[in-house]
Design a protein around this ligand. Structure first.
Ligand code: UT7
Length: 321
């Protein structure tokens, strides 16, 4: 039994922040942001607009695309680092909005790798027959934890959500998933405050992302190169068997390095970082939805999804669409 995607959806907040807008906020330039990251603009949630609001809109679009009755959904997972509240989980809040009752619903926190982790978990549920129809969402309001005085981070991130419905199927879907973590690298990318440590920063509204970007960049490129090898080897596949690379959208230069490792031309890579910035757990499902809806990704294409993020965490999913 395979986990197969039967519908995708996404949502981006209406408010857009361009690089030129950012020039008014911090000492940066459109030219620097474009050449170092590839980003041109990002979406920012309105005041009062929450991660669950974005998740709900993306989920409803995925449910419509899958053309299913919501009652069929028997598992909900939301990957997020920016939940609405400490508890209940965003997955439980979403379950209530969708008027679904009784099925398991929980969040996964693996920062930018969250959606890949969530797909990997869902695949276990479906393959061992514990679920038949799962809603998996990556949703973030990461701009809420940005320091708008820190030019090295505030230009990089955006808000958004992507969702997929996966169904148990005899037709091939997810072929393999590979997830990893190494907490040794926690200092390079973190929000150094939370509920049980440095809560004063949270109360003062100063729990912000801190990143040693250049160090993260180097580890990301090497690690993503290794995960490509691991995924191909596990499936006894060659580079040319991959039709589409759907990568985490942090930086065009990191994505190009992975494409180069696969000897893949950039027109076989789904690139949305220019329009969305880095939306953390939402970036892979957003990119997937964009390329499915515009007709680039077609049924039976072989897709390699990959991500890298805080923790560090990293992972990949190889699938037939
Ligand atoms: O999604 C989770 C994983 N995250 C990532 O994968 C992000 C990985 N890192 C990156 O994408 C890149 O490292 C960045 C885009 C964050 C930075 O690019 P970089 O080429 O590594 O630049 P850098 O950090 O080495 O900084 C180069 C220069 C510095 O100036 P000096 O010291 O050379 O004078 C920075 O102060 O660029 C300066 N700088 C900026 N200048 C204008 C840093 N941020 C900005 C800015 N505008 N926004």
């Amino acid at each position: 039994m395979y986990s197969r995607i039967i519908g995708t959806g996404s949502y981006l907040p209406e408010r857009i922040l361009t690089n030129t807008d950012l020039e008014q906020i911090v000492d940066t330039s459109d030219e620097w942001i474009r050449t170092r990251t590839g980003i041109e603009k990002r979406h920012v949630a309105n005041d009062g607009e929450t991660t669950c609001d974005l998740a709900e809109k993306a989920s409803r679009a995925a449910i419509d695309a899958a053309d299913i009755d919501v009652k069929n959904i028997d598992l909900i997972i939301v990957a997020t680092t920016t939940p609405d509240v400490i508890f209940p989980s965003t997955a439980c809040l979403l379950q209530q909005r969708l008027n679904i009752h009784g099925c398991p619903a929980f969040d996964i926190q693996a920062v930018c790798t969250g959606f890949i982790y969530a797909l990997s978990v869902v695949d276990q549920f479906i393959r061992n027959s514990s679920a038949k129809c799962a809603l998996v969402v990556g949703s973030e309001t990461l701009t809420r934890i940005l320091d708008w005085e820190d030019r090295s981070t505030c230009v990089l991130f955006g808000d958004g959500a992507g969702a997929v419905i996966l169904e148990a199927s005899e037709t091939p879907g997810i072929l393999s998933s590979h997830i990893h973590a190494d907490g040794e690298y926690q200092e390079l990318l973190k929000v150094p405050a939370g509920i049980s440590s440095d809560y004063d920063l949270v109360k003062a509204g100063k729990a912000f992302i801190k990143m040693q970007g250049n160090e993260v960049f180097k580890v990301a490129v090497n690690t993503l190169g290794r995960i490509v090898d691991e995924t191909l080897m596990a499936n006894e596949m060659n580079k040319e068997d991959i039709d589409w690379l759907v990568p985490h959208q942090a930086n065009t230069r990191i994505i190009s390095a992975t494409a180069k490792k696969l000897d893949m031309s950039m027109d076989k890579v789904v690139l949305t970082v220019d329009q969305h910035g880095n939306t953390s757990a939402a970036s892979v499902p957003l990119a997937l939805d964009v390329a499915i809806k515009d007709g680039r990704i077609k049924r039976n294409d072989t897709l390699l999804l990959e991500a890298f993020g805080g923790g560090f965490t990293w992972g990949s999913v190889l699938m037939k669409y």
